[in-house]
Design a protein around this ligand. Structure first.
Ligand SMILES: [Zn+2]
Ligand SMILES: [Zn+2]
Length: 261
């Protein structure tokens, strides 16, 4: 038996605000809206909802609940935390190990719009011990390092105005499956900045290194600034995107260009 719980439901003061919050924070954990009855919304990993929110219908006053969601990886715990912070959630505990629970208990805690204590937790070991990484990399100061345990896409230069400013030139981006990326960030120095709600950029808050990019439209993929990889990478630069937004000083190499993506 996996557990005694089949599903749980909480009552929210402002269902619209709570739905917006849970839409965003459950996405990195693989959760989504599965049922929506207007006054009650069911979330889960398809096909079955196991977490419900509804408009407050009974009872007075508020007593916080604690709800812990399963995260498939430590990277997912961090992504949950980062999108929650970007949503303006109150931080209870940044992502870290909780050895008082058990050796590989990795969790992060925030408050939802009502004030409930919401956690994402991963129980798996941080680094796969039996596999050799495809690639490794780090920021300039070394506070944030990472390993990729799967395929890396060839490099695409993104010249869009956001990548131009984030990197100071253009983003030479490779990409990996989010599940293959293991980030080591012992002091929680990785910060996510969302210039628009659907896409975020990650950097080291100590040294400023540009590291990652991700879109909420493709939560299973993560772009990696190729210059942060330890060479040799075995990668090639294969295309340039958003070249219409490149600055006028930019020397254009002979690459297939696209005005968008
Ligand atoms: Zn750094
Ligand atoms: Zn871009």
């Amino acid at each position: 038996m996996a557990g005694v719980l089949d599903h749980v439901s909480i009552q929210c003061t402002d269902l619209v605000a709570s739905a917006a919050f849970y839409d965003v924070v459950l996405e990195p954990l693989g959760g989504q809206r599965i049922m929506d009855f207007g006054n009650a919304i069911g979330y889960g990993v398809p096909p079955r909802p196991d977490f419900w929110i509804g408009a407050q219908a009974t009872g007075d006053g508020f007593r916080e609940s604690h709800i812990a969601f399963t995260a498939p990886s430590r990277a997912a715990v961090r992504a949950f935390f980062d999108v929650a912070v970007a949503e303006g959630a109150t931080v209870l505990h940044a992502p870290r190990l909780w050895p008082e629970y058990h050796e590989t208990y990795f969790g992060a805690f925030v408050r939802d719009p009502d004030g409930n204590n919401i956690e994402a937790v991963c129980h798996l070991p941080g680094l796969p011990v039996s596999k050799t990484p495809r690639a490794s990399g780090r920021c300039l100061c070394g506070a944030v390092s990472f390993q990729v345990f799967g395929d890396l896409r060839n490099v695409i230069n993104c010249h869009c105005h956001r990548c131009r400013r984030f990197t100071g030139h253009h983003m030479a981006a490779t990409a990996a499956s989010a599940a293959d990326l293991v980030i080591e960030d012992a002091d929680s120095d990785l910060r996510w900045f969302y210039p628009v709600p659907e896409a975020g950029y990650a950097f080291c808050q100590r040294c400023g290194s540009s590291l990652f990019w991700r879109s909420r439209l493709t939560p299973d993929r993560i772009s990696v600034c190729a210059g942060t990889l330890d060479p040799p990478t075995g990668l090639e630069t294969v295309a340039a995107w958003w070249t219409d937004e490149a600055s006028d000083y930019h020397v254009r190499p002979a690459l297939p260009e696209s005005g968008t993506e």
